[in-house]
Design a protein around this ligand. Structure first.
Ligand SMILES: [Fe+2]
Length: 140
């Protein structure tokens, strides 16, 4: 079964170039995972890309948290919880991938696509709108 690739659309833009660029990069890595499945890559190769994605995600999420702190975003705690849930889930996938009972690769890709799309459109859009509303000049 082949996975449909998600390409970047302006619908996913939160109106902040630096953050949008990070999100584009993350979606590109998800597409690399889709390629890996289609090319019949090994679990180890998939796990390697997923680890790269985790590294990039951790940097991005941390930077985003500092950014939100700078303009005193009122829903920061809630937003951080969403990040923690993601980090935990992906760490579990990474561990399970190399174990005896590996998860389905398509399931992982679907989780990533769904999480990022939903998170960008709801959570990230919200802090950026708040930042605009209070006319903060915080730079990401
Ligand atoms: Fe976020």
């Amino acid at each position: 079964m082949s996975e449909k690739k998600r390409i970047w659309t302006n619908e996913l833009s939160i109106g902040n170039t630096g953050i949008d660029n990070d999100h584009k990069k993350l979606i590109e890595i998800i597409n690399n995972l889709v390629d890996m499945i289609e090319l019949g890559g090994s679990r180890e190769e998939f796990a390697k890309i997923l680890t790269d994605m985790t590294d990039y995600s951790l940097k991005h999420l941390k930077k985003e948290e500092i950014y939100m702190e700078e303009f005193d975003y009122p829903k920061l705690t809630e937003h951080k919880i969403s990040h923690r849930e993601y980090i935990f889930k992906v760490a579990m996938y990474n561990v399970d991938l190399l174990g005896n009972n590996p998860p389905n690769l398509n399931e992982i890709v679907q989780y990533l696509e769904k999480w990022w799309t939903n998170h960008i459109l709801i959570y990230d859009m919200d802090y950026e709108n708040y930042k605009k509303a209070i006319k903060s000049d915080t730079i990401y």
